[in-house]
Design a protein around this ligand. Sequence first.
Ligand code: ISL
Length: 552
Amino acid sequence: MKQTNWYKDAVIYQIYPRSFCDGNGDGLGDIPGIISKLDYLKDLGVNCVWLSPVYDSPQEDNGYDISNYRDIYKPFGTLDDFKKMLDEMHKRGIRLIMDLVVNHTSSEHEWFKSAISDPKSPYRDYYIIKKGRKNGKKPPNNWSGFFGEKAWERIGDSEDYYLHLFAKGQPDLNWENEKVREEVKDILRYWLDMGVDGFRCDVITLISKDQRFKNVGPTIALAGKKYYVNGPRLHEFLHELYVDVYQNYDCMTVGETVLSTLDDARKLVEPERQELSMIFNFDHTDVDNHMGVKYFLRKFNVKRLKKVVDKWQHGLFGKGWNSLFIENHDQRRSVGRFGTDDTKYRIESACMLGATYFFLQGTPFIYQGQEIGMTNGDFESINDVKDVEAHNIYNLANKVKILKPIINKSLLQVSRDNARTPMQWDNSEYAGFSTVEPWLKINKNKCCINAKESIEYPDSIYHFYQKLIAFRKGNEVIKDGEYIDLLKSNSKIFAYKRKLDDKEIIVVSNFTKKEVKLPNIKGLDKFEITLSNYAKHSLVLKPYETRVYKNY
Ligand code: ISL
């Protein structure tokens, strides 16, 4: 089937189902709730949704632990609800991409239950099960995983261990086993045949492990990552999925590629290699931490951000396609981050960040609530937070003395639950999200930060996002133009140009809460301002002011 590359013209809205809208009054978001909000998404202007997992799951990691890939988690609805949602989305010109979580399953998956209960089970080899060292007293090697734990769990009192790079309830699949790959292909076909338009591929760069399972020397975190990130057969496995499945559908894939470099990314997205349509790189989410560890917070500096953006914009130009995002369900909220302010200048800040990333080359993603400037959760203690990652790290910090003060200081601030507080639809008791107490604490600021208010107020962040989306639509300069950083060494302003033949767009953003003199940008007097978060403009940029100029 002809691949139309529709994703290059898409603006994708991410829905985290348990926090979006509760349709049946049990405190948990669900599919009927999503259906009730599709007109809201259409009015915003997005034309694709990425839906975080809705499959059957014990929810140890909020659905990123799947126990049945062909059914829906009951509290979220039924398969019929899902089909109705898909149909209603398509009727509104909105495509749907599903989350594909196939690096691991849930430990409640039938395959895993059979694999560990019977050493002769045909499913034993679906997982990575190895004999421990010292007659089973020590795990097979010293690898550790993403949630601050050892990566191996002993199977009962046997000598064997299974590998889990995330929580204990998320055993890694053995992709070396051809049967596993065939199962994955069948799952893909099942959803594509139902009409879904593609997949966001969870931690896809972890699927191939170095089969020597070697020990590693001391490391701060993620011991063993050189053996399990971008493993030896990664590209071969992805190409196989493309040839056997993706190329038969007009679908797209976006890989979540933690720890990938630009060189890795090129290999993953160069179209002639036939692997993925695009990837999420996380370099820009690391500009405010040390050594890529989010708990080691570091003061934001816009020059570092510009450097990362420049690298990826040039690095993939003409070679592959970028994804653009400032939030997702694993990141804290963007407003109040990246040098911005989530109190006095919240609206200015959110609009400025929006305009700055939206006109880069690539497909923009908006995470639910970002379009109304939702802020981090107002958590007071670890008891307010539910995420398995936060609790594991908290327990680890309590055991390791030197980590304790650092983690205690940053845990609530960087917890993934900051992005997972219920969507604030209105100012009612449960924010219009539910009719009962929700699964996670609603932010008190629902009184003034909510979708209803944002829709009513003409100068809101929501209406600014509508304009961002509308301006992008069909704009060839934004889609295909080259990227030029205009003020590389300026430590307050992010300014770039997009250029296609003689058509040019310039974005100028003040990343500070102070007024800053507009620097001299050659030829700017011939441009006109087409979008801004301030009504009046002078030779001074106001706090968090952003201006989008065009010369045509
Ligand atoms: O969230 C992170 C850091 O706080 C990341 O390291 C995250 O664990 C990593 O990006 C992988 O994320 C994905 O897979 C996880 C799941 O918990 C995340 O929600 C998902 O986005 C395991 O499936």
